[in-house]
Write a protein that binds this ligand. Sequence first.
Ligand SMILES: NC(=O)c1ccc[n+]([C@@H]2O[C@H](COP(=O)([O-])OP(=O)(O)OC[C@H]3O[C@@H](n4cnc5c(N)ncnc54)[C@H](OP(=O)(O)O)[C@@H]3O)[C@@H](O)[C@H]2O)c1
Ligand SMILES: *[C@@H]1O[C@H](CO)[C@@H](O)[C@H](O)[C@H]1NC(C)=O
Ligand SMILES: *[C@@H]1O[C@H](CO)[C@@H](O)[C@H](O)[C@H]1NC(C)=O
Ligand SMILES: *[C@@H]1O[C@H](CO)[C@@H](O)[C@H](O)[C@H]1NC(C)=O
Length: 319
Amino acid sequence: MKLIHKLLNFVLPPITVFAICLILPFLSIFKFFDYIFRYLFPENLKGKVVLITGASSGIGEHLAYEYAKKGANLALVARREDTLREVANKSAQLGSPDVLVIRADVSQVDQCKQFIEVVVNHFGRLDHLVCNAGIGFHCAFEDASNVTNFVPVMDVNFWGSIYPTYFAIPYLKRFKGKIVVNASVAGWMIQPRVTIYGASKAALINFYDNLRVELARKVSITIVSPGFVDSELSRGKLLTMRGEVEVDPMIRKILRGIPFESTRECAKAIVAAASRGDKYITEPWWYNVLYLLRILCPDMLEWSYHLLLSTCEIPLERD
Ligand SMILES: NC(=O)c1ccc[n+]([C@@H]2O[C@H](COP(=O)([O-])OP(=O)(O)OC[C@H]3O[C@@H](n4cnc5c(N)ncnc54)[C@H](OP(=O)(O)O)[C@@H]3O)[C@@H](O)[C@H]2O)c1
Ligand SMILES: *[C@@H]1O[C@H](CO)[C@@H](O)[C@H](O)[C@H]1NC(C)=O
Ligand SMILES: *[C@@H]1O[C@H](CO)[C@@H](O)[C@H](O)[C@H]1NC(C)=O
Ligand SMILES: *[C@@H]1O[C@H](CO)[C@@H](O)[C@H](O)[C@H]1NC(C)=O
């Protein structure tokens, strides 16, 4: 038994590399024409039904506007009903024929089951499920006074996408629908102070990659990785362990040199990608360079963080 693993260790890598070199050119040509086709014939969203969680602010809000401009019916879910109503009002003005506002907490499984049912009863169908609701969280892992303080991040970011997906799948399959899920560059990038946040997003990426295989093309899944998109949050406004909004000095220092993309541009790119049925979208596109670095040269990232951390005075955040 030991021998067979030794043998595989030895032969498998060269065989794999050889196979990749053989297949890659054909695969690239196929993917190129497939992309051109999807680019030329994107889904017509007129009259379709789109459910967006976390639609009361940020990118979720702008996703509502972009879908509205394309004539889709909307169901908007978040906890703040008054802000949702304003978004709904503007979406209707932008061209959405029918907008439903639902107050719900995506981390509660019963509420997720209920809002999917409400949407299907109202519209009779569901075409796109956009799992966008999420909370940001920056804190050095050691600084948490109680490790259970991290649990809500997983509850909202991970389970808050999984629950609605579970209840929506039967309808999405029936209407050849799509799932758009909000991950983050933090889901695959190495970064300090986002351990749990990054883990919640990495879990989403892995989950939806596997789900895509299980659903075997009956439902298309687009995984979104937004980088720094201009919002109050990306200007340094973050939730701390105490649940207060504070400005993280290190984030602000890093952010000084980074150009932001507007929420509107980002939302536009996401709706276009979903209509084409892209598997992944990283927005802005140049963040893909970081992916290369992360795969090929993670040591370099680590060194630069050590350098950054040592030049930056970071006050301890204790709750
Ligand atoms: N902006 C960027 O550059 C960027 C890029 C990648 C990732 N992110 C992440 O985005 C996070 C904050 O961005 P933002 O300013 O757009 O935040 P935000 O305004 O709070 O947007 C999050 C949305 O999710 C909803 N939501 C939160 N918890 C919910 C729950 N339990 N149930 C239902 N809906 C819920 C919120 O609505 P309600 O509060 O009304 O429920 C809101 O509509 C940060 O953690 C950051 O790491 C940002
Ligand atoms: C939308 O807002 C405008 C102005 O604030 C108001 O006049 C209008 O009645 C609202 N429409 C709906 C459908 O709530
Ligand atoms: C992604 O989720 C974050 C919270 O984790 C939210 O602030 C942001 O607006 C979402 N972005 C997209 C593209 O859905
Ligand atoms: C951590 O917080 C949880 C929930 O608030 C509480 O039940 C638990 O006793 C706390 N644990 C410690 C070690 O403080």
